[in-house]
Design a protein. Structure first.
Lengths: 181, 359
């Protein structure tokens, strides 16, 4: 069993961090093989950023697969760019706050999450990636939520003030993801 | 030790520290900036020295100096940066100075692209500078292997008094993977390594001329230069015993895929898929690309093998030229290539293999 995930969005939306949290949690808490591969050019905040996470029971061949089982899209340009590589029957997670385009494919499952709006309601736009991570984990159950939270907690250990906000963000995402199963 | 989840660049840097490397000089270039970044933090923690030189040439020259003083030393760069360092690498080879460098290769030629490539194969294996010297060149295909080979590279460099190259690429550099580290060499061990170089290294010698150590990247007398070339050539022949290669399924293979480094792991997964689909595919992955395991290609059953498929991230093929030497016209060689920063696609490899099997 191998899961190929692509997370794509604007630079600054935390797509790399989201991928790293997920991959790191997999490494820490399971016996599975995992790779994280960031793809970026000479880009900066506001440019496009995307990363690939592969989680597998077997040795991983390509850290950058040809087709994705899951695709997380945080902005509209990424939808156009990456939708073609989502496999038939795969799952598309969109940031429905800013990705309003009609999805041109009917052969994929769609999970909508208005993570920008939720983050703004919570008073900190930066947590949208942690909400989306919650949505992804809640929907796919790829890992136990506790395991993922432990990793987030560890990664944020130098900024303990941010923990309650991130916990709330992650939990909101979990509920939202789980509700769309 | 628990496994850690780390970037290839940082893992290679930590492996060097654990192997007793206490001097690093480098100059920034994508996609390996995390090597100097990591070591700028880490070297002071272990009493080592980190220097960001004013250029690539300065950095490699500092490594030449530090290694001449008996300290395990390293530099790192990416393709165009390695080209600039070639003068110093050649000087180290000529002066019999052990050092390790890593090349996290990107697209070329020239400034090329900042994305991963395998276009420095000839540069690494045939001519990393002037004068026809050779180095052992390791080509890791995972972060773990990059760690293990870097750790060992320092021993081999010291054994041979010669540079050793870790030939990786931008994927190994930037990807994160789980890794377990070899043990940290103690200060006692590091001191003993330095002491073992007393005969030739600049570790403090008596003033009398015959007792001095003498480091020189060349010889004034042509007979001395030729003698140095002959000694080096004899050493290169001894590397036969150090050849490392991974082989799979060659006895009954109807098609053999061959590749190295990052491409090889993609190829390996393609071979499992082909086998699962009933195609008898085999696999050869050189881990040392110099010395090159030409003999591995003698293990192919040429009565059954229709073709060898060479897979690499270089257009035109470079690794494929060594494969041709190994195959010796015993069957056709086909190529599946990409270049310029594009990463090899498993589907492209599968398509190329299936096309051969149908043809």
């Amino acid at each position: 069993m191998e899961t190929n995930l692509c997370i794509a969005g604007f630079g600054g939306q935390g797509v790399m961090t989201m991928g790293k949290f997920l991959a790191d949690a997999t490494c820490n808490a399971t016996e599975k093989k995992v790779t994280f591969f960031p793809s970026y050019g000479a880009e900066q905040r506001g440019g496009t950023a995307n990363c690939y996470v592969v989680i597998s029971d077997e040795e991983i061949g390509a850290p950058l697969g040809d087709v994705m089982d899951d695709l997380v899209v945080m902005n509209a340009p990424s939808l156009a760019k990456f939708l073609p590589i989502l496999k038939s029957g795969g799952t598309l997670f969109i940031n429905s706050s800013i990705v309003s385009d009609d999805i041109s494919r009917s052969d994929v499952k769609l999970v909508k999450a208005p993570v920008t709006e939720i983050a703004l309601e919570m008073g900190n736009a930066k947590v949208l990636n942690v909400i989306m991570l919650g949505v992804y984990v809640g929907y796919t159950e790829v890992l136990e939520p506790e395991v993922v939270w432990e990793t987030i907690k560890h990664k944020l250990s130098s900024k303990p003030k941010l923990l309650p906000l991130n916990k709330e963000a992650f939990e909101k995402g979990l509920v939202l993801g789980h509700s769309q199963k | 030790m628990a496994r850690l989840f780390m970037k290839g660049t940082e893992a290679v840097a930590e492996a060097a520290v654990r192997a007793g490397c206490r001097f690093f000089a480098g100059y920034p270039i994508t996609p390996q900036n995390e090597v100097p970044e990591y070591l700028s933090r880490r070297m002071p923690e272990v009493g080592g020295v980190f220097i960001q030189g004013e250029s690539e040439v300065a950095s490699i020259s500092m490594v030449y100096g530090a290694a001449s003083a008996g300290t395990r030393s390293m530099t790192s760069s990416s393709s165009p940066g390695i080209a600039l360092k070639s003068e110093g690498i050649s000087y180290c080879a000529s002066a019999l100075i052990p050092m390790v460098y890593s090349n996290f290769a990107r697209g070329g030629p020239g400034v090329g692209s900042i994305q991963p490539a395998q276009q420095d194969y000839f540069q690494a294996t045939k001519a990393s500078g002037n004068g026809g010297f050779q180095m052992m060149v390791f080509a890791p295909s995972s972060v773990q292997e990059a760690v293990d080979l870097t750790y060992e590279a320092f021993d081999l460099a010291d054994r041979d008094r010669n540079p050793v190259c870790i030939l990786a690429d931008g994927v190994i550099a930037t990807m994160m993977e789980s890794v377990e580290f070899p043990p940290m060499k103690s200060n006692v061990e590091i001191d003993a390594i330095k002491e073992s170089k007393r005969e030739w290294a600049l570790v403090g010698h008596d003033f009398e001329k015959e007792k001095r150590a003498w480091i020189e990247p060349g010889h004034w007398q042509t007979k001395d230069m030729q003698k140095a070339n002959e000694d080096a050539a004899a050493m290169y022949l001894e590397w036969e015993k150090d050849i490392r290669v991974e082989e799979y399924g060659l006895e009954d293979a109807e098609i053999v895929l061959t590749s190295y480094g990052i491409s090889a792991r993609v190829v390996k997964s393609a071979v499992s898929i082909l086998r699962a689909e009933g195609i008898k595919a085999g696999y050869i992955r050189p881990i040392t690309v110099n010395p090159f395991p030409y003999g591995a290609y003698d293990h192919i059953n040429y009565d059954k093998c229709k073709a060898v498929l060479n897979v690499e991230m270089s257009i035109p093929a470079q690794f494929g030229v060594d494969v041709k030497v190994g195959v010796k016209d015993r069957c056709p060689i086909e190529h599946c290539l990409c270049s310029g920063g594009n990463i090899i696609s498993r589907n492209a490899v599968l398509d190329a293999a299936k096309k051969i099997m149908k043809g």
